[in-house]
Design a protein around this ligand. Structure first.
Ligand SMILES: [Zn+2]
Length: 210
C-alpha cells in the first residue's frame, strides 16, 4: 500500500494548499500575537487594539495598491527647460522590511529634463507610494530614481534619502542622533559637477528645511 507523502509547509504554500491560517481574520491573528507577547488581549486597553493595528498596518502599507508609473503618467508636461529641477526636504515615513519598525526622514529629488517635466506635486506622491511599503532604504532610493528615469527619460536623476531607523535606535545599535544617507545617481548625475551642484543645493537652507 502506498504511504501517504508528507508535504512540507513551504511546498503546501507554494502549491496553494490552505495551511489553516486563512480561516482566521487578521484581527484574530493580532490578538494571538498580543497573547504570545505575554499580554491579556481581553483587558480594557487592548480589546480594540487588534482592529486598530490592522487598520494602521493597512494604511502604512497602502503603497502596494498604487501604481507609481500611473501617478506620473497623468502629470507629464513638455517643456523647453534644461536646468536642474529640485524638490527637497520631502517628508518620508516607511517601515523597514526586516523588523517592520519605522524609519523616517527626508528625501531630496532632482533631475535635469530632456523635453519633459513632472508636475511638482507628483514627486512627493511618488515618494509616498514607495515609502508606504515594507522597504529597505537603499531600494526606496533606487525605486524613486528609476521610476522618474523611466517616466520622462531626463538627462539624469539624483535622489538622496536621509533617514533614522527605529529598529537601530530602539535596539541601541545606532546612536540616537545618527542618520543613514543613501543616494541614487542616474545619467548626468553620475558626473561629479552635476552631483556636487545637487548636493550643495540640498544642503542650502531654504524654505521648508529645518
Ligand atoms: Zn530594521
Amino acid at each position: 500500500m502506498a504511504q501517504p507523502i508528507a508535504v512540507s509547509k513551504s511546498v503546501r504554500r507554494a502549491i496553494g494548499i490552505d495551511d489553516g491560517l486563512s480561516e482566521f481574520s487578521t484581527e484574530e491573528m493580532y490578538r494571538e500575537i498580543l497573547s504570545r507577547l505575554g499580554e491579556d488581549p481581553g483587558r480594557d486597553g487592548l480589546v480594540a487594539t487588534p482592529g486598530r493595528v490592522e487598520k494602521s498596518m493597512a494604511f502604512l502599507t497602502k503603497g502596494y495598491q498604487e501604481d507609481p508609473a500611473k501617478i506620473l503618467r497623468g502629470a507629464l508636461f513638455d517643456v523647453d527647460y534644461d536646468e536642474m529641477v529640485i524638490v527637497k526636504d520631502i517628508e518620508m515615513f516607511s517601515l523597514c522590511e526586516h523588523h517592520m519598525l519605522p524609519f523616517f526622514g527626508k528625501v531630496h529629488v532632482a533631475y535635469i529634463p530632456n523635453g519633459k517635466v513632472i508636475g511638482l506635486s507628483k514627486i512627493p506622491r511618488l515618494v509616498e507610494v514607495f515609502a508606504r511599503r515594507l522597504q529597505v532604504q537603499e531600494r526606496l532610493t533606487r525605486q524613486i530614481a528609476d521610476t522618474i528615469q523611466e517616466a520622462i527619460a531626463p538627462q539624469g536623476v539624483g535622489v538622496v534619502v536621509e533617514a533614522r531607523h527605529m529598529c537601530m535606535m530602539m535596539r541601541g545599535i545606532e546612536k540616537q542622533h545618527s542618520s543613514t544617507v543613501t543616494s541614487a545617481m542616474v545619467g548626468c548625475f553620475r558626473q561629479k559637477e552635476t552631483r556636487l551642484e545637487f548636493l550643495s543645493l540640498v544642503r542650502q537652507p531654504g524654505a521648508g528645511s529645518l
